[in-house]
Design a protein around this ligand. Structure first.
Ligand code: ZN
Length: 298
């Protein structure tokens, strides 16, 4: 069984007309990224329904997927996506789990209320968050409350990370590796998943991925690194003990070969690059169990 630990879906009113919704909802950063087109005019991503996701999973032999929220600038949009994800999980609990999302800049009290609702709705984590994009930064009181409560409730936290040496693209936000080192140290009871291979943090700051509360996912890998780099990327993360297979679907992952978002090529690339059962599903289960075992309030 393969678990895709990094997938994004959007409520129907968002998916129906992403550009118009983004403008209406005041989500400038999301609009810039999600409505982008390639030089040949094709969109960088699609906006499938939950049924579309399930079909893509079936086609690639992916048994389960984790729906990740977005780092919304407005708390109301985070809440809307959380409600939508709760519905998806209620309808398809055999195939889907979901992470809830918050806007830390809304402040500690607002964040605590929403995380309690996220937990009560049966969602299993928080993220994808990007404190560097959502204002407030890594020192904000709202982020502190988020990370503390995530640890207490046993909810792992997925964070968006960019590679300091990565190529520039419109909407790219710098996320200094030192910041993740500091967060992982400051909140030892919170399990962190650093998305997108942690921006190669395993090679840049090996002591960070050596921490037992730091995990890494492979989201968007083909858009960032050649498939031939998988063995090196895994090696830099301690051989893959805490690496989770994730796609970033519905991004079109191989725009030269694919006309629409699919998962099969990435599964094949991961296997060819040395990802075994642990990366493809075992570590995902272990992450949730580790987070739950560390929970102090339920
Ligand atoms: Zn991301």
């Amino acid at each position: 069984m393969i678990v895709d630990a990094h997938v994004h879906l959007y409520p129907p009113e968002v998916a129906a007309d992403p550009a118009a919704w983004g403008a209406r909802a005041g989500e400038r950063h999301w609009s810039e990224l999600c409505t982008r087109r390639r030089r040949d005019g094709r969109p960088v991503q699609e906006f499938p329904s939950v049924e579309g996701l399930l079909r893509a999973m079936d086609a690639a032999g992916v048994g389960r997927a984790w729906l990740l929220g977005w780092y919304w600038e407005h708390a109301a949009n985070a809440e809307r996506q959380n409600r939508f994800y709760a519905d998806c999980v209620r309808a398809h609990g055999d195939r889907l789990a979901a992470f809830g999302t918050v806007q830390p800049a809304a402040g500690p009290e607002a964040v605590r209320d929403e995380i309690a609702r996220i937990r009560d709705a049966g969602l299993v984590g928080l993220g994808e968050l990007s404190p560097h994009t959502q204002l407030g930064g890594i020192a904000g009181a709202g982020l502190a409350a988020t990370l503390e409560l995530a640890g207490a409730f046993g909810l792992p936290v997925n964070l968006h990370v960019t590679d300091p040496a990565g190529k520039a693209y419109p909407g790219r936000v710098e996320t200094p590796p030192e910041d993740f080192a500091r967060l992982a140290e400051q909140y030892p009871k919170t399990q962190f998943v650093l998305a997108h291979w942690g921006g190669r943090i395993g090679a840049i700051r090996p002591e960070v991925v050596a921490r037992p509360n730091v995990w890494v996912d492979t989201a968007a890998s083909p858009l960032l690194y050649p498939d031939a780099a998988w063995p090196d990327l895994l090696r830099a993360c301690g051989g893959g003990e805490r690496v989770l297979f994730g796609s970033d679907y519905p991004l079109v992952l191989y725009p030269r070969q694919e006309s629409s978002a699919e998962l099969g090529r990435l599964v094949a690339a991961a296997r060819a690059g040395g990802a075994g059962d642990a990366v493809l599903h075992g570590n995902a289960a272990r992450l949730l169990a580790t987070a739950r075992a560390g929970a102090t309030s339920r």
